[in-house]
Ligand binder design. Structure first.
Ligand code: SF4
Ligand code: SF4
Length: 485
């Protein structure tokens, strides 16, 4: 396993790869791995093709120098060059890595700030916002603070000053996701759920779209859990709306995300489950997703002196999070959080300290593997991939029947959400500093296990009953689309 991982982590030529594989006697794996080489010419592209109606990114032709840096980003993600683009066909995962690479502002996120200002100025609407784990360790960079500086409380204060009626923590929804995703994993492991292993994570919308296009045959592996953003949107417009006595049609939901693909995810037609529950299918669970950069622009437009702000607390009933919910923002964090709770579900005992500091799945290595011994179950094998190029390598192995993992985490962006396409433009060092900020928050948390989150316990008691219940399926789970090439 280690040798295979070592090979996967390197970009090597076909000839060199065959040499190495021959030496270690793993020729049966070669076809699966080599298939990730580009199949279609991409050398003629000077700029990534961007559709005019792309919900996540925009190309500003007049600013473009045709430098090709964005093409490098997209081919590194194994998107451009991996489908037949002749005839003007465009496939985009909405990951935004090309935007991060462009130094001329010729590629940007699609700006949704005007839409959010309009909602905030509409006094008929109850406008609420959720903030991702990752933006609290990167937003400060837009105001001159060091990468990784925790600005959680300042961010809440700024959002209140912008006029949001309530500020919720996506970390709460990450804990809710862990409850559902770990339960789903245990049901697959024990045969209660007739779905294949390994179970794939499903919280990175760029990764989900990549799988829908390039590996639709593997979609049964994908967890049916919605992402935390979408879970929270669905419970805001159902459980919260009921408790507050507000018509869900009058609630406008905004998120602050490190991610450009979240804009696409909001618009997926099937993300209207709270509306369906209320008999109003036209209501979307989430109305707008802002990147970290867009929130910084709104704070500047309002002339808020961000670095001088005091701290405020998130609002209940979605304000509590465990440390496990927060590390979702870093590559390996979803795995670490899910394994902690899966251990508890399988053994009914608290996970050992090793799983509270699960270093094997942390860090910027492209593909990571670990084995966890769970009493009464045996060895649970996990893998963690960051960046879609690494995802392709692992998917080729799985498609060819190789790899014996039970759980695989996929994140579209290098470093996971901390390196998302909507983050302040940055370097590898910033990604590491941001991840360290999240792991420090986890280590300092009084609760480090998602099932200890009392607001999560309450929503199960009052609303869902238990993880994977019919109602949980209705609001917290989804289906995928085999989009193909
Ligand atoms: S990186 Fe920016 S400037 Fe360079 S080709 Fe791409 S869009 Fe144009
Ligand atoms: S958003 Fe991602 S997939 Fe789309 S063009 Fe940019 S790098 Fe390629």
């Amino acid at each position: 396993m280690d040798k295979i991982s070592g090979l996967l982590q390197k970009d090597i030529s076909r000839r060199k790869f065959l040499e190495i594989m021959g030496k270690i006697g793993l020729t049966s794996l070669t076809m699966g791995v080599i298939n990730y080489q580009p199949r279609f010419a991409w050398g003629s592209f000077k700029v990534v093709p961007v559709a005019a109606d792309n919900p996540s990114i925009v190309w500003h032709e007049s600013k473009c120098k045709r430098c090709g840096k964005c093409v490098g980003a997209c081919t590194g993600q194994t998107v451009l060059g991996y489908y037949n683009s002749s005839g003007g066909k465009i496939i985009c995962t909405n990951c935004g890595q090309c935007v991060l690479r462009c130094t001329n502002s010729a590629l940007t996120e699609r700006d949704d700030t005007a839409k959010v200002w309009q909602a905030l100025n509409n006094h008929d609407l109850h406008v609420v916002v959720q903030t991702s784990p990752a933006s609290r360790v990167s937003l400060g960079e837009e105001f001159g603070l060091k990468a990784g500086t925790v600005v959680e409380g300042k961010q809440v204060t700024a959002l209140k000053q912008l006029g949001f009626a309530a500020v919720f923590d996506t970390g709460f929804a990450a804990d809710l996701t862990v409850m559902e995703e770990a339960t789903e994993l245990v049901q697959r492991l024990t045969g209660k759920l007739n779905k294949p292993l390994p179970q794939f994570t499903s919280c990175s919308p760029g990764w989900v779209k990549f799988c829908e296009h390039f590996y639709p045959d593997l979609l049964p592996h994908m967890s049916t859990c919605k992402s935390p953003q979408q879970m929270l949107g669905a419970v805001i417009k159902s459980y919260y709306a009921q408790k507050k006595g507000i018509d869900p049609a009058k609630i406008f939901t905004v998120s602050v995300m490190p991610c450009t693909a979240k804009k696409f995810e909001c618009q997926r037609p099937e993300m209207n489950d709270a509306g369906l529950l209320a008999g109003k299918p036209g209501i979307k669970d989430m109305d707008a997703a802002l990147t970290t950069r867009e929130l910084a622009r709104m704070i500047k437009q309002k002339n808020i002196n961000f670095t001088k702000l005091g701290d405020s607390l998130y609002d209940s009933i979605f304000g509590e999070k465990s440390g496990a919910g927060l590390i979702f923002g870093s590559s390996g964090g979803v795995t670490e959080a899910a394994v902690r709770t899966a251990f508890y579900l399988l053994t009914n005992t608290r996970p050992p300290d090793q799983l509270l500091n699960f270093t094997e799945v942390r860090g910027l290595t492209g593909i990571k593997e670990a084995v966890v011994n769970i009493p009464g179950f045996g060895n649970l094998k996990v893998a963690v991939c960051q960046g879609l190029g690494n995802a392709r390598k692992v998917l080729e192995l799985i498609r060819s029947g190789q790899g014996s993992w039970h759980f695989v985490e996929f994140m579209a962006c290098p470093g996971g959400c901390v390196g998302g396409g909507g983050q302040p433009k940055t370097t590898d060092n910033a990604r590491t500093a941001r991840a360290t900020g999240l792991y420090n928050l986890d280590a300092a948390s009084s609760k480090r296990l998602s099932y200890e989150n009392q607001e999560v316990q309450k929503i199960y008691q009052e609303f869902f009953g238990f993880p994977m219940s019919d109602k949980a399926h209705q609001l917290l789970h989804t289906d995928y689309i085999a989009r193909g090439l």
